[in-house]
Design a protein around this ligand. Structure first.
Ligand SMILES: C[S@@+](CC[C@H](N)C(=O)[O-])C[C@H]1O[C@@H](n2cnc3c(N)ncnc32)[C@H](O)[C@@H]1O
Length: 372
């Protein structure tokens, strides 16, 4: 039996952190929200529908520019005439298509068309270069994976919604739930892990800037993927130690090629199934992060995971959940959170973004259930 205050639970998410670069970022988001509200109020209904459909063309443009290697090429060569893109591999007609994609990319703010007719990367375009330190390339690529596409298309079909027990998108598309499928498809697992790292890169920096740990803390990340968040902490705190917990395959990959490699002598890698008893090393954690884990599961599973972590942790350790908590931010963030909630339809039924009032009421409620 553990005391109710075993965990001081900090529920942090995009939107409650207020310092440094975050302040400048959120100021720009606030301004954008204001302009979006004004633009939406002024848009005739038909324009709204066109805008939604145009979103698909813009996303497909982004996919083709990535798939053709245009962002990497422009990063290497600098501004280039659109007909010279493709490193000499495009036919004449192919080159004319590439010019059109470059023009669409400029329309989407990913590329810039210079006065001399060449194209260059914008700041958003630079984030899509493979070797950018916070590259979002793999995050974008996974969204165009055929399995994701099938999953997202089929989950909302009338037959699924009318079924007594509707299935998750991934179950429909692959026959397996998302994380079970990952174990059978290393190519998908690699892409997903890299995609999570890309999606998370900017967020990790904000978390490290805004969440302080003691200088020699043992910082743990349960379900930490490639170890990107942990690596950001170990970079910031040279005396801290880190422990990465994730599934066997993820931990092996993190050990071989993840961002924790430069910190290997301060890091432990622990293969974990968080539905079972966690390793006794959990008791050495001062702070335990679980970022974007609870949203992957229904209430019962989420409670089980949190109980398992609580049971293995030392009394007094801090558990920090990072979630996309709904209904606490302005339109830009709420929009983003509704998109991630849409992605949750790929995962086992019950997975979803939650409000603070939703079960499992994050760890305050979990802790008291556990204590009782
Ligand atoms: C949505 S990802 C979040 C990754 C990382 N925390 C981040 O924010 O980028 C969920 C993570 O949970 C891990 N996971 C899924 N099922 C697990 C299990 N049964 N035991 C341990 N980890 C698991 C996955 O491998 C994946 O790395």
């Amino acid at each position: 039996m553990r005391s109710r205050n075993l965990f001081v639970c900090a529920v942090a998410m995009l939107g409650v952190m207020l310092r440094s670069e975050w302040l400048a970022f959120s100021g720009r988001v606030w301004m954008r929200d204001l302009l979006i509200r004004a633009a939406e109020a002024a848009a005739p209904p038909a324009v709204r529908v066109h805008e939604i459909v145009a979103g698909q063309a813009r996303a497909m443009t982004l996919f083709h520019l990535l798939n053709l290697g245009i962002f990497d090429e422009l990063a290497e060569k600098g501004p280039t005439a659109c007909r010279e893109l493709g490193r000499g591999t495009f036919s004449e007609v192919g080159a004319s298509f590439a010019c059109r994609y470059a023009r669409f990319g400029a329309g989407a703010g990913l590329l810039e068309r210079l006065a001399n007719g060449s194209v260059a990367l914008t700041e958003a375009g630079k984030l899509l270069v493979s070797n950018h330190p916070t590259s979002m390339r793999d995050y974008v690529m996974i969204k165009f994976d055929q399995r994701y596409y099938e999953s997202e298309r089929r989950v909302g079909e009338p037959s699924n919604l009318a079924a007594r027990e509707p299935k998750s998108g991934f179950k429909l598309a692959t026959g397996l739930e998302f994380f079970d499928y990952m174990k059978t498809a290393p190519d998908f697992a690699d892409l997903f892990d890299a995609g999570m790292q890309g999606f998370s890169a900017a967020v990790d920096r904000v978390i490290v800037a805004d969440y302080e740990v003691s200088p020699s803390a043992t910082v743990c990340d349960v379900g930490g993927g490639t170890g990107h968040l942990l690596a950001s902490f170990l970079q910031e705190y040279p005396k801290a130690r880190g422990i990465l917990f994730d599934q066997d395959e993820q931990v092996k990959a993190a050990l071989q090629k993840g961002p924790l490699r430069p910190f290997a002598e301060r890091t432990q890698f622990v293969a974990t199934n968080f539905f079972e008893t966690l390793s006794p090393v959990t008791a050495t954690c001062d702070v335990i992060f679980m970022k974007w884990i609870v949203h992957d599961w229904g209430d019962e599973d989420a409670v089980q995971i949190l109980r398992n972590v609580a049971a293995a942790a030392l009394p007094g350790a801090t558990l920090v959940l990072f979630e996309m908590t709904l209904d606490v931010d302005g339109p830009s963030f709420e929009r983003l959170k509704h998109v991630t909630d849409f992605y949750m339809l790929n995962l086992p039924v019950g997975a979803r973004e939650r409000t603070l009032a939703d079960p499992p009421r994050h760890c305050f409620a979990i802790d008291s259930q556990y204590s009782e």
